[in-house]
Design a protein around this ligand. Structure first.
Ligand SMILES: *[C@@H]1O[C@H](CO)[C@@H](O)[C@H](O)[C@H]1NC(C)=O
Ligand SMILES: *[C@@H]1O[C@H](CO)[C@@H](O)[C@H](O)[C@H]1NC(C)=O
Ligand SMILES: *[C@@H]1O[C@H](CO)[C@@H](O)[C@H](O)[C@H]1NC(C)=O
Length: 850
């Protein structure tokens, strides 16, 4: 209600409106990079601005708020410093990530705090209007604040309860500091000369000191000078209007205006649920209502402030409209017009079918198949292995190309040479290899390292896999890489030529780019393979993965150089060059590590837990990933190109960029670009930022929306679950395969299981560029056919996991690998292929055309 009165209380509406406008603008423009600088400028500008604003101040009008104190009384320096200190700490918090969350989440709690303090001092305001219960009663205020705090903490009850504690603490400190004199005015007089100016100076001084320390600690951050000045000015403007509005109402307007600016500037597009997006708009409206209720009743045009309420609905509604529009336009895909994913799924299924059908049924067949594939006789003990595999119901009998691929380069070395090389590594300085002795009699393994004790569950894995196999295998020695990063680069020169080179080199390339090293033999390796390039043809210009091994081939993709942390700045890359047979959990296409299943796959933390599972229909229709910034060690600004950072950057929609979708234009399906990414479809966040130099840790914390601690089984609550490389292979992959969710996988690291996992059947492959990801996720979540596909892949991956990726299957693989290693190191074996009868022809390329 507004009553036109002779006084100009209407000015307070103008002040409040201007304060809302500039606070929102400042919030929208603000960046943590320049927080301290802009705050300093803000406090420097403020006294001047506040003074020029408060010139025409009709004293008669002022409510008890400023009327009380006589001009002469000056606030004590002591309390000024306290207030200045708090303001400086506030700015410091705002400039430090992690802390900003802490601060923002508690912002709405300030309203009931100030209100209670005000009541305590006996000078409560007399609010009016619809929202007045939310500021006139304690419970109303607490209710309003709780809604705000819950929204800001993403409706996490734990985080909400955690917010209460500091708020209560603040309340106690605050009331303790207040003067006990109930007749004094509240808020304390905000006389310009006596308070604002000395306060601003103090805050600016404190901030300058903090800024100096910050510069000394992190170095200078270049942000535009004009922008910084402009933002400082806008901040000062917003504060001077807040001060004016507070004079006529109450200091409570300050947290209200700040809360409004935060909720208003939250982009609804990036929210992971409709509810959350609506809740933010709701917070804007509630705080606005509270603000209006606090303004003097007689103020003219009080209700015009509701324009800000309408404004906060605009982004929300336009977001809803865009989501709807995207869903409508996807209806073009149906049975008569297939999405490209359907074709990929079909050929995946055909590949899987032939994989299942072609496995040997008898021992004789298995031997023949071995000879056909590898131009060599199977190793001694193969028959017992075959029987073991059959007993374990291994669905795979023939497809062990990964073993052959890794072992065959060593056939050119005699058995004696192989043993020699292993001993050489064993006694080398900093080889970072475990030297393992498998005892055939007891089927146990002893692994020793030059100085390490903890073997990262290597012995545990091996003993578990070989349990019950005592007496079945010969004694075998082997090397296992300590790191989760790959190690071995096998030269392409032959055994003869290798006599001209030192047998092996170990180079510490920690934090250095390694691309040139790991691809230096590309040219010679890929002669004759060029025919495969046609499989890089894109479907509708989107890089859907059609051939997984091609997608993982470094030689075919020079662009990977700057797309993966391992190649840009590995954490502890220790490169071993030479004919060194060593086992690792994963390796890129150009490297020669022999692959073993990662011990992580049987560690409690990573093992699938059926009791945490939920049915498909209860799963959220989105893509989930949470994890840390492993992948590379950030020593410069290139962290933005590491694989995990690129993924989170995209999924959190942190850059102004174009996303590609397939839409109908003029009757044909085409790739279209759009700046829209539906945040509802992505629940993706870093939970920990590390592996970085101080400055780049801070930059990343500022750049990403870092999530809180995430339950390790939270992924099971989403239909699509993402997985990608860390420093090495990702240990959580098996949990995702086993689950009733559909795994999406991006990787450049080969693993022992590659021969048996079929893309588009057991998992959804994702390209390094991620360019097809928005369309892929959209199709799998937002169309009927796509949802059916996702569910089918979820079921197939789960079925296959319990048939082909069991510990028994790892045992079948490791058993066969040890037979090959035993033959390799047989001191009686001459250099050359193991069975000369087949040695004349090179091994055929068995990589499946998927
Ligand atoms: C083995 O040696 C022969 C002759 O020295 C060479 O032609 C061949 O490429 C070598 N094979 C491997 C896998 O190094
Ligand atoms: C490699 O070098 C880094 C520092 O340059 C060092 O911290 C690390 O321990 C070294 N690694 C090995 C295996 O020697
Ligand atoms: C080891 O390094 C030397 C000197 O850089 C080089 O000539 C040699 O080929 C390397 N040996 C191997 C096995 O890569």
């Amino acid at each position: 209600m507004w009553l036109p009165k002779a006084d100009d209380a209407g000015a307070s509406v103008g002040y409040a409106g201007a304060a809302l406008l500039f606070a929102t603008l400042a919030q929208w423009l603000s960046s943590q990079d320049s927080e301290l600088e802009t705050e300093i400028l803000c406090w420097a500008f403020l006294p001047v601005l506040a003074k020029s604003l408060s010139q025409p101040q009709p004293k008669s009008l002022l409510r008890p708020v400023v009327s009380g104190k006589a001009k002469g009384t000056s606030t004590s320096t002591y309390s000024l410093w306290i207030v200045a200190g708090s303001a400086a700490v506030y700015s410091l918090f705002k400039s430090e990530t992690g802390l900003i969350q802490f601060l923002v989440r508690r912002m709405p709690a300030l309203t009931p705090l100030l209100l209670a303090a005000q009541k305590y001092l006996g000078s409560s305001p007399r609010p009016a209007g619809l929202f007045s219960p939310l500021v006139s009663t304690n419970w109303g205020a607490i209710l309003g604040a709780s809604f705000g705090v819950l929204t800001f903490s993403n409706w996490s009850i734990g985080s909400f309860l955690f917010s209460i504690i500091p708020a209560a603490f603040l309340f106690i400190v605050y009331t303790a500091l207040l003067p006990r004199n109930r007749t004094s005015t509240f808020p304390p007089s905000i006389n310009l000369e006596n308070v604002i100016r000395p306060l601003s100076v103090r805050i600016a001084v404190l901030l300058l000191i903090i800024w100096g320390a910050d510069l000394a600690f992190f170095g200078f951050n270049t942000t535009g000078i004009i922008r910084t000045f402009f933002l400082g000015f806008v901040k000062a403007l917003s504060w001077s209007f807040v001060i004016q509005a507070a004079r006529d109402a109450s200091w409570i307007v300050a947290p209200l205006i700040t809360t409004y600016s935060i909720s208003f500037t939250t982009n609804p597009t990036n929210e992971s649920s409709d509810f959350q997006a609506v809740a933010y708009a709701f917070v804007s409206v509630i705080t606005l209502g509270q603000l209006i209720a606090l303004l003097p009743k007689q103020a003219r045009f009080r209700l015009t402030l509701w324009v800000f309420g309408l404004a906060s609905l605009v982004p929300l509604l336009s977001n809803f409209w865009m989501i709807r529009d995207a869903q409508e336009s996807a209806k073009i895909f149906g049975p008569e017009r297939e999405h490209p994913v359907e074709g990929l799924v079909r050929s995946g299924k055909a590949n899987f079918k032939s994989l299942l059908k072609t496995q040997s049924k008898t021992y004789k067949e298995a031997v023949e198949e071995y000879q056909r594939r590898y131009y060599a006789a199977p190793p001694p003990g193969f028959e017992a292995w075959y029987e073991f595999a059959v007993r374990q119901k291994s669905p795979i009998i023939d497809d062990f190309d990964a073993i052959h691929h890794a072992i065959s380069p060593f056939w050119n070395l005699s058995g004696k040479r192989v043993i020699e090389t292993m001993n050489q590594i064993h006694f080398a300085q900093n080889s970072e290899m475990w030297f393992c002795n498998f005892n055939g009699e007891s089927a146990t393994t002893d692994c020793a390292h030059a100085y390490r004790v903890f073997d990262r569950h290597l012995g545990f894995l091996l003993d578990r896999l070989f349990q019950g196999l005592d007496g079945a295998l010969p004694d075998v020695k082997f090397l296992v890489n300590h790191f989760d990063e790959p190690r071995i680069l096998i030269p392409t020169w032959g055994a003869e030529e290798s006599r001209n080179h030192p047998q092996l080199n170990i180079t510490n390339m920690s934090h250095q780019p390694i691309w040139n090293e790991v691809t230096k033999f590309c040219a010679s390796k890929d002669i004759g393979k060029k025919a495969k390039t046609q499989s890089s043809a894109k479907v509708f210009d989107l890089p859907f993965v059609m051939d997984q091994s091609f997608a993982m081939n470094l030689c075919e993709h020079p662009e990977y150089r700057n797309m993966h942390g391992l190649f840009m700045s590995p954490v502890s890359f220790s490169l071993v060059e030479g004919f060194v047979p060593a086992l690792s959990t994963g390796s890129p296409s150009t490297m020669g590590d022999i692959l073993l299943p990662s011990p992580a796959y049987i560690e409690g933390e990573f093992v699938y837990d059926d009791s945490k599972e939920v049915g498909w229909d209860e799963k959220r229709n989105n893509l989930y990933w949470a994890g840390s910034t492993t992948g590379g060690f950030a020593t410069d600004a290139n962290w933005a190109n590491y694989q995990r950072q690129r993924f989170v950057k995209l999924a959190q929609n942190l850059e102004r960029r174009e996303y590609y979708y397939l839409r109908e234009m003029g009757g044909i399906i085409q790739r279209v670009a759009s700046s829209f990414l539906n945040g509802r479809l992505f629940d993706v966040a870093f939970t920990r930022i590390f592996q970085c130099d101080r400055k780049y840790c801070r930059d990343q914390k500022r750049f990403f929306k870092v999530g809180g601690w995430a339950d390790k089984d939270k992924a099971l609550k989403s239909r699509l679950v993402f997985d990608l490389d860390g420093n090495g292979i990702s240990g959580r992959y098996y949990k995702l395969l086993a689950s009733k969710s559909a795994p999406m996988k991006q990787t450049l690291l080969r693993e022992w299981h590659d021969d048996r996992l079929v893309p588009w059947v057991h998992y959804i492959p994702v390209s390094q560029s991620l360019e097809e990801l928005p369309e892929l996720v959209f199709y799998l979540t937002s169309t009927e056919a796509g949802q059916k596909r996702a569910r089918e892949i979820a079921e197939q991956s789960r079925d296959w996991f319990f048939q082909a990726l069991r510990e028994k299957d790892m045992a079948v693989y490791m058993y066969r690998l040890l037979l090959e290693l035993a033959r390799l190191q047989d001191p009686n074996r001459e250099a050359g292929s193991p069975a000369t009868k087949y040695s004349t022809k090179p091994a055929p390329d068995n990589t499946k055309k998927l």
